[in-house]
Design a protein around this ligand. Structure first.
Ligand code: ZN
Length: 288
């Protein structure tokens, strides 16, 4: 199946450490509503090891940690792009810019953060400390950018999970703040009704599996992630369980009309855009 045509803007939001069962357990209104209006799975599966560095490197390179070699934040190699096909470079070859909005870095890390982002091919802005602040930093670009990828990374759930334990009351409050920001982002951009846009929410890992306040294990609570795809051309329904950040990586250029490189290991989540089934034949209605 050829790449999708007609979508020119994709918003990607990583909800760091958001467990999919939190959406129902804490009755999060905006994320809960998205389950009716998007294509999604609450049984996605991240890569192993289930660390942010591994998962995001897979999201940006299309290959598993066994190939990219990044297992934690100490292993980041700016030379990654010499042997792997980076998502931002694939997009740039088709005049699709990628911009990133991430938590502000402590003084002294800003230069290295921007340098790594630049080598990945992302124009990055490090501003804000939480979902609301990072959304604020991206707001103007969200309103004016019609082409390319806008990437937002919201750290709230992961920070609360490490501090208080996954699914604790402190974690619940963090997920409520994330949910508010989801509501603002979806409402302000009108992305769900825009046939030229798509939005992807996913987590990089869960947490509280093997250890209450960590997420690096093969426990299902650590590996299971939500993946949500919305947009004016999206058909609401289920995405395959077991879908991964590798599949999201392949889906991003595919939605923008660009075939993913053959070396990438995921497959585009085409189900999100499958044609609606034909209407029930009239004869059956009569028979019923
Ligand atoms: Zn973490």
């Amino acid at each position: 199946m050829p790449a999708l045509q007609g979508v020119s803007r994709v918003i990607v939001v990583v909800l760091d450490g958001l467990r999919p069962d939190a959406i129902v357990r804490f009755a999060l209104p905006h994320l809960g509503e998205l389950l009716d209006t998007t294509a999604h799975t609450l049984a996605g599966r991240t890569v192993q090891p289930s660390t942010t560095a591994s998962a995001l490197t897979s999201l940006f390179t299309g290959v598993a940690p066994s190939i990219h070699g990044i297992r934690d934040e100490h292993g980041f190699l700016p030379s990654l792009g010499k042997r792997l096909t980076l998502l931002p470079k694939v997009l740039a070859a088709h005049q699709l810019p990628m911009r990133g909005y991430m938590r502000s870095l402590p003084f002294g890390f800003r230069t290295i953060g921007s340098t790594i982002a630049a080598r990945l091919g992302v124009r990055a802005r490090f501003a804000g400390h939480d979902a609301a602040g990072i959304l604020e930093a991206a707001r103007r670009d969200l309103a004016t950018t019609r082409r390319g990828v806008l990437y937002l990374h919201w750290p709230d759930a992961d920070i609360a999970g490490h501090a208080h334990g996954w699914m604790s009351s402190g974690y619940a409050r963090a997920t409520e703040r994330i949910d508010q920001a989801v509501g603002h982002l979806v409402g302000e951009t009108g992305v769900l009704d825009d046939p030229t846009s798509a939005i992807v929410f996913l987590a990089d890992h869960g947490g509280g599996g093997a250890v209450l306040n960590d997420h690096d294990s093969a426990h299902p609570h650590d590996l299971t992630i939500p993946i949500v795809i919305g947009g004016g051309r999206v058909v609401p329904g289920r995405l395959p369980s077991g879908s991964s950040p590798l599949d999201v990586c392949a889906t991003i250029p595919w939605m923008l009309g660009v075939a993913p490189p053959p070396a990438w290991q995921g497959r585009p989540l085409r189900e999100a855009f499958a044609a609606a089934p034909p209407a029930t034949p009239r004869t059956l209605e009569v028979a019923a």
